[in-house]
Structures are given as structure tokens and as C-alpha cells.
Design a protein around this ligand. Sequence first.
Ligand code: ATP
Ligand code: MG
Length: 409
Amino acid sequence: MLRTLKSAGFKAYLVGGLVRDRLRGKPGGDFDVATNARAEQVQKLFRKVIPTGIQHGTVTVLTKNDKVEVTTFRGEGAYADGRRPDSVVFLDDVKEDLARRDFTMNAMAFDPLGQEFVDPFGGARDLEARIIRCVGKARDRFSEDGLRPLRAVRFASILGFDIDPETREAIPATLSTFNKIALERVREELSKMVVGPQPSRGVRLLHETGLLQAILPEAAQGDFERTLARLDACPPRLEVRHAALLFAISPEQAQAAMERLRHPRAVIDRTAALVRFESYALKAYADDAGLRQALSPVGRVFIEDVLALGAAEARASGDASLRATCEETSRRTQAVLDARPALTVGELALNGKAVMAILGGGQGPLVGEALRYLLGEVLRDPAANVPATLENLLQKWRLERGSAAGPVK
Ligand code: ATP
Ligand code: MG
């Protein structure tokens, strides 16, 4: 890949996260290549090329094993809107390309063929010292592109690094630029951060710098320290971690917050459901019947995350008896689920049609009511979930309800 570009007489370097992560001894990550070849010239050199962002000089080259983003060295014109440069200029020197990048650790280039390492801003030194520092003046860089402050916090959180004081002080100073950026871009960075190893680090930074107020003020409601502890105690799954952040508010408010950040529908719904069932695992249940009743609306699909969220809250509370309750409820939930009981109307041994036949009426609200009654009985006693028993129960129910439950003729 690099060889092809170099054989054709161009300069070519690995750049961005890959160089940073290799230097940290963490190989992997996506391949980003910077070159002085123009996008059209790159297209001619390779067989499979996707014109990802040709006007910005970026194409994606598909090789046997990799997808490589190849971008022409470029500089950026003024940023009038705090989001995108007004223009880009293509350049011949990698150093000038590195100057437009966000942080020193992200502004290094490496040419493995020529064994040339280009690090004009001390990225390797900062990486060693575990410091996130803007390339150039932080206030200027954050005023150009409002996403950068959030990226600084994201990297600090994921890597466990500190933000250099000048860079950090520039965050509250440039909040007005931050507020202009598209929430989709915010969501991408926030999501990467939230599933990291110690998200409380980032959320605390967001809080201290004013970013949290701008992104997700809901997360600051309630006991913030407890929210941070709960967050870290959750498994690194997007919805559970978000539910941990939105624990103090109602499911409807959680839903609205997730919608505002333009999460995909499935993520929004799942997070709101987790908030709705957040207390399930924190309660003690007198018997298995009570447990099954509480479990029925939660359902099998959510239960693992519901238990994980409850366990995280129990840990964050520091309350030993709450932890014991939660562990007991989790254990019993597993045992109950292992017996594969019916938890929904759909799992009853009689379906709506059969119920209609027995009641002798047509469709109507009565059928739903009857099915819910039967489910209640089955949740109490799973052994009742056979057609004959349900039919008997249904006949009894009809008699007890009197004429109201009879067929309307
Ligand atoms: P990740 O491991 O999350 O992919 P990354 O550093 O590769 O981290 P990308 O978003 O893939 O992040 O960006 C690739 C490179 O592009 C960065 O390393 C940085 O040099 C540059 N870059 C990305 N976003 C910006 C930005 N908003 N402003 C300036 N430079 C940026
Ligand atoms: Mg990357």
C-alpha cells in the first residue's frame, strides 16, 4: 500500500490513531495514510478505491486485508462556523498536514519503509507523559472546531490521560463554539467514551468543564458521585452505561435525552426500558410468584442488562444489605428463568383464538382481559400452563364475572 505510493514517487505516511496506538504498544486500529498524491492520482494507482470524500482529498483503498483511508496532505482555511473549514488546500509537506490535527499525540506520522518518524509537536513526549495537548493554541483550535474539546475529554477518559492545563482551560472558554456542532458528532464521541474502561473520568471532566450541561444535563441530576460510581460498575455496553447516567430521571425523560442525541431507535428504546426497570434487581421478592410477576414486563431480552444495572447501583450505594438483596434477586431470577416459565401472553398454552372459542364471543377487549387473567394465574403457578387447566380457569373466571363475561348475543 505505502510501497505502491512510494514507488510511484509520492510521499506516504501512516498517521493518526494508528501511530499513536502503536507507540503506546497497542497495535490495531484503522489505517490512515497521508500522502502528497492527489485523490485522483491515488485512484489511478489502486484497483479498488472508494471516493469517500474526494473534495477533502480522502479516498478509501481496499486491499486484500484492509480498508485504508488515504488523504492528501492538506491544510485548512478559516473556520467560519466552528464546524467545518471554509476551504481546504492540498500541500506537499507532511508537517503542514500534521499542523491541522487536533492533539500532539494525534499529529505524528511514520513511514515504515523509510523508517522516518515525523513528530513536530512533541507527540511522543506527551504520550509518554500521558498528556493531551492541543497542536498550537488551544483556544484557537477549539474555536475552529467545537468537537475538539469533547475529543480531548474522550481521549483523556479512554486512555486515562490528563489534559494539559492550557488545553483544559480552553474548554469552558470556547463553549459557544461547542454548542454549534451537530449532536450526531457529539453522540459519536460520547458513545466511544461511555463504553471505555473508566467512563467516570470523562464524565467528571465533562461536568467540570461545562460540557455536560451542554450535552447531557440530565446526568448531573441526583447524586453525581453515585452516578459516576454506578457508571464505572456497569459492564461496557452502550445502553446500560447510558441508563446508569440517566438513572435519576424518569424513563420518559431518559427517552427524550437519548432522542436529542439522535441515537438509533433501538438504543433509545433499550435505554429507556432499562431506566424503567432499574429497581427490579434492587427489590426482594417474597416468593417466586412475585418474582415472576415483576419479571414479566421486563422480559428475557432485557433481563441481563437489568440485573447488571441493578448490581452497579447496589455497588455504588455502598449499602451492604442492598448488595445482598440484589445478589439474591439475581440468583433467584436465574433459577426462575432456567425453569422456562411463560412470562407473556404469547407464551400461554391457549391463544386468543382458543380463548374466543371458549368464551363464545368474538374479538373484543374481553379476550385481552381473559388472557391477562390467565397470565396472572400462570405467573403464580407455571404448572397451570396447559390447555385443560387454562380452560377450567377460564370457565371459572367467566362464571365469577357473571353476565358481563358471557357471550354477547
Ligand atoms: P480512534 O482510535 O478513535 O479512531 P483517531 O485518533 O484515529 O482515534 P479519528 O477520528 O479516526 O481518531 O481521526 C483520525 C485522525 O484525524 C486523528 O488522529 C487526528 O489526527 C485527526 N482528527 C480527527 N478529528 C479531528 C478534528 N476534529 N480536528 C483535528 N484533527 C482531527
Ligand atoms: Mg481512527
